[in-house]
Design a protein around this ligand. Structure first.
Ligand SMILES: [Zn+2]
Length: 210
């Protein structure tokens, strides 16, 4: 969406000690398919902190109902993850001289995550201005763009399809098989599959469970 809006895109992935490598590989495939000139991966170790099913030896919840998913903050929440991610993106942006930071958070389907909400994004945008040389000296006015934040999953999938996204290159599953196939039963898989169903489109990704 940033590229379609005419921005020169510099992509950032974060290898934070998550359960699997497949999403990082998917990010590389997608960046290459979009013709993004520079895609960097920054390595940090949130597994040293743990506290999440994505960064510690805690099972990923499976086959949860929509009601269960809507209740409370799930164990797949990674403590302060988007604060850490945005801080790294902010540093990268300042070095590039880029004022516009895009983040794919969504507050609709994953309503439980506190760092996916507009209040958090607004607060971080204020912080960005106060926390940086470029902000204090006035050479950059940082803006955090979250184009997906109020869209439903099916709206996101439709918009991506309109823009020519090849979803066979993407990955959503929290807990894939060792060959990279998606589990089909974690929250991320269930919400993705429902999104494709609601959009009336076929999900090209391979699932272990039907
Ligand atoms: Zn899954």
């Amino acid at each position: 969406m940033a590229a379609a809006d005419g921005f020169a895109v510099h992509a950032l992935s974060i290898d934070y000690g998550q359960r699997h490598r497949f999403e990082l590989e998917a990010a590389r495939r997608v960046a290459a398919a979009l013709g993004i000139g520079r895609h960097i991966t920054v390595r940090i170790d949130l597994a040293a902190i743990g506290g999440s099913a994505l960064t510690a030896e805690i099972p990923v919840p499976k086959a949860r109902s929509r009601e269960d998913m809507a209740e409370g903050i799930p164990i797949t929440y990674v403590p302060a993850r988007n604060t850490v991610f945005l801080s790294l993106a902010l540093g990268y942006a300042e070095v590039l001289g880029a004022a516009d930071i895009f983040l794919g958070v969504n507050a609709v389907d994953y309503s439980g995550y506190p760092d996916c909400r507009p209040e958090f994004i607004d607060a971080f945008e204020r912080l960005a201005q106060l926390a940086t040389k470029a902000g204090v000296e006035g050479s950059l006015k940082f803006k955090i763009h979250t184009p997906l934040i109020t869209m439903t999953k099916s709206q996101i999938i439709r918009r991506g399809t309109e823009l020519g996204v090849d979803y066979s290159l993407t990955h959503s599953c929290y807990d894939p098989a060792s060959d990279g196939r998606s589990c089909g039963r974690c929250d991320a898989c269930l919400i993705r599959r429902q999104g494709f169903l609601d959009a009336g489109l076929t999900d090209p990704v391979e699932y272990v469970a039907g």
